[in-house]
Design a protein around this ligand. Structure first.
Ligand SMILES: Cc1cc2nc3c(=O)[nH]c(=O)nc-3n(C[C@H](O)[C@H](O)[C@H](O)COP(=O)(O)O)c2cc1C
Ligand SMILES: [Fe+2]
Ligand SMILES: [Fe+2]
Length: 394
């Protein structure tokens, strides 16, 4: 695809990665992703904002050649992570006069991660500006969304914010701008759940920080550009500020069907009490979907048989994932089946120290569940429905 003009002199020069299927060697990418780089030409100076994943450096180089860019004055690094910074060394080599602009913290990281020479840097403080002539770039420090060094770049005259990973979505598309808000909402939630959810309070702070900037366009570093930014700002405000919803997330695994019977029963019991349940078979589920469901669920129930004295490894993985993304759940329970004994509950509980949850009663059954076990599952469903009501989770 060709470079795309956002405004006269402002171009998308990034790379669309249609084929990538896994991010951070963790999160599936059903719709691919993109690494967005932007070129801003002022009357006197030219800046390149972020680069692309090093696997696609040639795409960026071709875009710059196509636009006949003979010199770049500033390469802005909003973020040191390699999917955006990885092509910086190559770009600095092609444009030997270019200065690399970033936060002081980012400088140290780029030196370490990419061995960039110290004399190429210009560091900028929070809200410092650089003039490109008739255009001004303002740098807004935005720590911990999602690394300590991150910042946004605001193009004042055009009211465009280059927000890097913030507001990003994992979506490969041939469109420059969002065309299908529903699709982008999903792709952005997938992105948020893995990358931003662990830093919820920092997401809140940074949303507040940019509240008073007039923003016509958000140009993130993954996914399409937002020419109607309200919807994605609102989505992030909902995810970061709102109370969880009346939802139970239920990741489960079952080898011989015993735990499965318990799952089927409690899903019915919860649904009958007006609670939404999202059930995930951990042997086949897209872990991104599970992470997304954790963004606004109030309760997690992990369902697993006992295997070699502990939880099934797939259940342990799900618990660990919920823990590292710091899901905003308020309640947790564990249900499952065993044959002779083990430490399944203790081990799972030990895996979720980051979740600030009230632990509800567990239901652990020997073999297939019987009448009394189904009654215990009904009690658990009743407790969950009541707790959600008490907290007014909608
Ligand atoms: C490989 C394997 C290891 C197991 N290890 C244990 C164990 O350490 N302790 C235990 O109580 N049961 C153990 N079991 C038995 C299962 O927990 C029991 O059969 C349970 O009912 C299976 O639940 P499911 O039908 O949901 O798979 C093991 C079963 C398998 C297949
Ligand atoms: Fe990142
Ligand atoms: Fe990124």
């Amino acid at each position: 695809m060709k470079p795309r003009e956002i405004k006269p002199g402002v171009y998308f020069v990034g790379a669309v990665d249609w084929d990538r299927r896994l991010f951070d060697s963790l999160i599936p990418l059903p719709d691919g992703t993109s690494y967005n780089s932007y070129l801003v030409k002022g009357s006197e100076k030219t800046a390149l904002i972020d680069t692309v994943d090093p696997t696609m450096e040639q795409v960026l180089v071709n875009h710059l050649d196509e636009l006949k860019i003979k010199s770049i004055d500033y390469v802005i690094a909003n973020h040191a992570e390699q999917d955006h910074s990885g092509s910086i060394p190559g770009i600095l080599e092609r444009y030997p006069k270019a200065k690399l602009v970033c936060t002081p913290r980012c400088k140290g990281m780029l030196v370490d991660l990419l061995l960039v020479a110290e004399d190429r840097f210009v560091t900028v403080e929070d809200r410092e500006t650089i003039s490109l002539g008739d255009r001004t770039l303002e740098f807004i420090h935005a720590p911990w969304v999602h690394w300590p060094e991150t910042m946004f770049t605001y193009l004042r005259e055009d009211k465009i914010i280059f927000s890097c990973d913030f507001f990003g979505s994992h979506l490969a598309t041939s469109n420059l701008y969002v065309t299908d808000e529903g699709q982008v909402y999903e792709a952005a939630k997938r992105y948020y759940s893995e990358i931003m959810m662990p830093f919820r309070t920092n997401v809140q702070k940074n949303l507040e920080k940019i509240k008073d900037y007039p923003i016509d366009i958000i140009s993130p570093s993954h996914g399409p550009v937002y020419d109607k930014p309200e919807f994605i700002i609102k989505a992030h405000r909902d995810w970061a500020f709102c109370e969880p919803r009346n939802i139970v997330v239920l990741p489960y695994v079952s080898m011989h069907g015993s735990t499965r019977r318990m799952v089927t029963h409690i899903v019915e019991a919860l649904a009958g009490r007006g609670v939404t349940v999202k059930q995930f078979d951990l042997t086949v589920t897209d872990l991104g979907k599970l992470a997304m469901a954790l963004v606004d669920a109030a309760t997690i129930i992990i369902a697993t048989p006992t295997v070699h004295a502990g939880p099934h490894p797939a259940a342990a993985y799900a618990a660990f994932l919920a823990n590292v993304v710091r899901a905003n759940v308020k309640f947790a329970s564990i249900i499952g089946s065993y044959g002779w004994g083990g430490k399944t509950v203790d081990q799972l509980v030990a895996m979720i120290p980051n979740l600030k949850v009230e632990l509800l009663p567990t239901v652990i059954v020997k073999g297939y569940p019987r009448e009394a076990d189904f009654a215990a599952l009904d009690d658990l469903a009743e407790t969950i429905a009541r707790k959600h009501k008490e907290h007014d989770f909608k």
